[in-house]
Every structure is written in structure tokens, then in C-alpha cells.
Design a protein around this ligand. Structure first.
Ligand SMILES: Cc1cc2nc3c(=O)[nH]c(=O)nc-3n(C[C@H](O)[C@H](O)[C@H](O)COP(=O)(O)OP(=O)(O)OC[C@H]3O[C@@H](n4cnc5c(N)ncnc54)[C@H](O)[C@@H]3O)c2cc1C
Length: 453
């Protein structure tokens, strides 16, 4: 039996970052990754396989083999099927067994099966898994279709719908308010306008209950709960993901709400020397501390770095204090970013907050070419001024602006910290120093604490 100092089960972003970080911090230790599938896709790039941006599935591959070689880790094509925590041994489908000193589970997530939609497993109905073989076949079939129904209005459904529309297909998008977990209603309404202008039909007032089939058993339409129907050539179900925790469950690790693996702030599970990171691990919200089903590569890789830093001793005192659910997306040429809590959830959680919206041009003067309007909604605790949420809409630079705001939230900064923020501004790169949106939003909120209002 082969033994590794650090054994990782996975092969997605969490596993690869854990492996690379382990090699950096502990160059004397052997690191082995057991990875079920031979190839891996850049998961966040999958939607772009379906549009004009990537030419084929091959353009979205992660060169895992080359990465492992460069990092000096061993990458084995093996599926782990059992773990004996007493003897510290992992058994694989092949019958091979691997010993470990420290074990990191990074088994990720897989699409949820929507049991409430009849015929969800029929020919011409697809999920969006991170499996290259599946996506290869799906891509070839969807390319021949003219009318596609996409069910699901989270970011994956919207991104896939957007790309297929750009590829010239007739798209019906089905699901409630767009990106309702990450943005407040007014931002969804703005998104709605962009989606409509692109020629995507969004059905939000009906639930999909059945995939209608032709005589050969292939999808020919979708039926809704009010009896109405939409004809199509294929259906894509972007109806969420569930943690891939069968192995953890089978081997007796403690699971939490939603079947995620229980982890503490250092990503330790209930078994000694066993860590869990990424989509398979429990996520607690940074602000509310409640368990939430956030699955993001950025969170997964942050957790991998925290786990590895604390494998042998508690090194990172600033541990993983919860997910700030930070993410960004693009529809057409408009970018959207969100971090922390949205107003709607803050109300539900009975958080006493104040909020403001500022809108400025992202260049100065605004007559410069390619100027985009930038809108920022900032949410802060009414009592302390601590920033707890941010939503931004604008041009390409909001991709980094939301990251600044994420840092603000994660470091528990207040609006008062932001009032004197020193930022670099340039006519072609940013909004004006006189109207920089993060500072302006903080100043708007500060009027409730400072001065005569
Ligand atoms: C279409 C799409 C777009 C996305 N876009 C974004 C985005 O823009 N930004 C963002 O932050 N996130 C995005 N995500 C989410 C992101 O992809 C996931 O959060 C991320 O992949 C999680 O990484 P992970 O390593 O935890 O799990 P996964 O990526 O799910 O990887 C798990 C790996 O473990 C392997 N495995 C499982 N069980 C075993 C076993 N028993 N033995 C061996 N190997 C095993 C699997 O084969 C897989 O390789 C997107 C996801 C999808 C599907």
C-alpha cells in the first residue's frame, strides 16, 4: 500500500489548490490527489462553451496533469470508495489502497435531480455537470437545436441562456426572479430588461412540472403548472447542485443541513486529521452564521488554502469565518457583482440595517468612449456602520470593485473606515475622485451618524 503525507480526494478547484498550496508550505511532504475523472473542465467556463466565445469543450480544459507535474504532486486517476479512519486508509474502485497522514476531502457537487419535473431524465433533457464527457455530448446535441428551454434562474441558468442566445437560438428561461439569492428586486428588474432586450423570453409566473415528449421519447416541450406549454427542441435543467457526500456519509463523517460535511473554522471534520473543503463542505454565512447552500469556486479555493495552512498546527488565526457569498456575472455587456447579505435577506433575518444606492460614470469625464454607468448599493448595520452587503452593476471593472467590497465586508470594516479611503483614480480607468462610488455610498450612510441630519 502506498502512503502519502497528504492525500486529497477530488480533482476540482478545491483539490488542485489544496495540492499546490500543500507543496508550497510543506515541500518535504508527499502530496497525492485521487481524482475520479481523467479530464477536468474549468467549471466557471462551461457556459461559454455553448456560445460564440469558446470554440469547443477542449478550450475549457484544466491541464490537471501538467499542473500536478509542475507542483510536484502525484495525480492518480482513481475513485475513492471507502475510508478507514482508524487505519488511515482510502480504498479505491480499482481495489488499490492509499494510506495518509492528513486527508482532505474535496469531492465537490453534482446537479440536483428535480424529482418534481416529470420526464427530467428523457432524451433531449440536460443538466450542467462539470463532467467533460457529458458536456462534450451535450454540446454536440444542443448545437443542432433551434429552440431551447433553460429551467433555472440562478447564475448558471442565466449564463447558459445568454450564451445560447448569442449562438442564435430561441431561448425561454424559466424560473423565479433573476438571481434572487444574490441581488435585491430592483437589480433583478434591471437584469430582466437586459435579458428581454437580448430576445430571451423569461417565464417567472409558472412552475415547470413536465417535459413533454415526442413519439420517440425525446423532449419536444415543457408543460407548466397552469397547463400551458412551450414547444422546444431541448431542455437544460440548471436547477441547482447538491454536495457529493456519499463517501463521507458512508464512512460516518458528521453531515449538516443539506448533506454537507460538518467542518469547523479550520475546515476540520469530526474525524482526526481529516479535512473537507469546497462544495462538499458546510457553508455558514459570514453575517448570519446560518448554514447556506453557496457553491462557488472562489469559496472552495479559499477553504482549501485555510485547510492546508492549518493541517499540522493552527497557523492561520484568521480562519474561515463563513462565506460572504461573493460572486460576479455578466449579461450582455453589463456586469453584476454581489457580496455579503442582500436587503431582502437582512429583513428576513431581522438585521437592523441602513442602505443607499449611488450611480456614477465609470470614467471621467463621462463623455470618454466606453463609459458605463456604475451603480452601487451598500448595506451597513444601523447600530455600528459595519458594512454587511454590497451589490454593483456596471462595466467590466465592477469585477474587481466587488472584490474590494468583499474585502471590506470580510474585514468587518465600517462606513467610517471607507470615508477616507485612498484610491487611485484615472480618467480612463475609474470614476472621478470626487464621486468614487464606494466613498460616496459610505458618505451617504454616514450622514445618519455625522452632522445635523
Ligand atoms: C456551469 C458552472 C459555472 C460556474 N461558474 C462559477 C463562477 O463563475 N464562479 C465561481 O466562483 N463558481 C462557479 N461555479 C461553481 C464552481 O464550479 C464550484 O463551486 C467549484 O467547482 C467547486 O469546486 P470543488 O473542487 O469543491 O468541487 P468540484 O469542482 O465539483 O470537483 C470535485 C471533484 O472531485 C472528484 N470526485 C468526486 N468524488 C470522488 C471520489 N470518490 N474519488 C475521486 N474523485 C472524486 C470529481 O470527479 C471532481 O473532479 C460554476 C459551476 C458550474 C457548474
Amino acid at each position: 500500500m502506498k502512503k502519502s503525507d497528504i492525500l486529497i480526494i477530488g480533482g476540482g478547484p478545491a483539490a488542485m489548490v489544496a495540492a499546490g498550496t500543500a507543496r508550497q508550505y510543506y515541500p518535504q511532504k508527499s502530496v497525492t490527489v485521487l481524482k475520479k475523472t481523467k479530464d477536468s473542465l474549468v467549471p466557471c467556463g462551461i457556459p461559454y462553451i455553448f456560445g460564440p466565445m469558446l470554440e469547443s469543450v477542449e478550450d475549457d480544459m484544466i491541464p490537471c496533469g501538467a499542473m500536478a507535474e509542475k507542483m510536484g504532486t502525484e495525480l492518480l486517476h482513481e475513485e475513492a470508495v471507502d475510508i478507514d479512519y482508524d487505519t488511515k486508509t482510502v480504498t479505491c474502485q480499482s481495489g488499490n489502497r492509499y494510506g495518509y497522514d492528513k486527508l482532505i476531502l474535496a469531492t465537490g457537487s453534482i446537479p440536483k435531480t428535480p424529482e418534481n419535473i416529470a420526464n427530467h431524465d428523457a432524451e433531449g433533457v440536460f443538466f450542467v455537470p462539470k463532467d467533460p464527457d457529458y458536456i462534450r455530448q451535450m454540446h454536440a446535441k444542443v448545437a443542432k437545436m433551434s429552440r431551447v428551454v433553460v429551467v433555472g434562474t440562478g447564475f448558471i441558468g442565466i449564463e447558459v441562456a445568454n450564451e445560447l442566445r448569442d449562438a442564435g437560438k430561441e431561448i425561454t428561461l424559466v424560473g423565479s426572479r433573476l438571481l434572487k439569492h444574490s441581488f435585491d428586486p430592483e437589480v433583478s428588474a434591471y437584469m430582466e430588461k437586459i435579458v428581454a432586450a437580448k430576445g430571451i423570453t423569461h417565464i417567472s409566473d409558472r412552475r415547470t412540472c413536465e417535459i413533454l415528449l415526442d413519439d420517440a421519447g425525446r423532449a419536444r416541450g415543457v408543460k407548466f403548472d397552469d397547463g400551458s406549454e412551450v414547444a422546444c427542441d431541448g431542455v437544460i435543467l440548471a436547477t441547482g447542485y447538491r454536495p457529493n457526500t456519499e463517501l463521507a456519509k458512508k464512512t460516518g463523517l458528521s453531515l449538516r443541513q443539506g448533506d454537507t460535511i460538518y467542518v469547523d473554522e479550520y475546515m476540520r471534520t469530526t474525524k482526526p486529521d481529516v479535512f473537507a473543503v469546497g462544495d462538499c463542505a458546510e457553508k455558514r454565512h459570514f453575517i448570519t452564521k446560518r448554514t447556506i447552500p453557496v457553491m462557488l469556486a472562489s469559496t472552495a479555493t479559499a477553504e482549501a488554502r485555510i485547510a492546508v495552512a492549518n493541517l499540522y498546527s493552527i497557523n492561520l488565526v484568521k480562519s474561515f469565518s463563513g462565506t460572504i457569498a461573493i460572486f460576479s456575472t455578466v449579461i450582455g455587456d453589463t456586469c453584476f457583482g454581489s457580496a455579503g447579505i442582500i436587503e431582502e435577506d437582512a429583513k428576513k433575518q431581522k438585521i437592523d440595517f441602513i442602505s443607499t444606492v449611488v450611480k456614477v460614470a465609470d470614467k471621467h469625464p463621462a463623455k470618454l468612449p466606453n463609459t458605463h454607468e456604475q451603480a452601487l448599493k451598500l448595506i451597513a448595520s444601523r447600530a455600528t456602520g459595519q458594512v454587511i452587503g454590497a451589490q454593483v452593476v456596471g462595466g467590466i471593472d465592477i469585477g474587481e470593485m466587488i472584490n474590494i467590497l468583499g474585502t471590506v465586508i470580510e474585514n468587518r470594516m465600517t462606513i467610517f473606515d471607507l470615508l477616507g479611503l485612498q484610491v487611485a483614480t484615472h480618467p480612463l480607468l475609474t470614476s472621478a475622485p470626487t464621486t468614487y462610488p464606494i466613498i460616496m455610498a459610505a458618505q451617504n450612510l454616514a450622514t445618519r451618524f455625522i452632522g445635523e441630519n
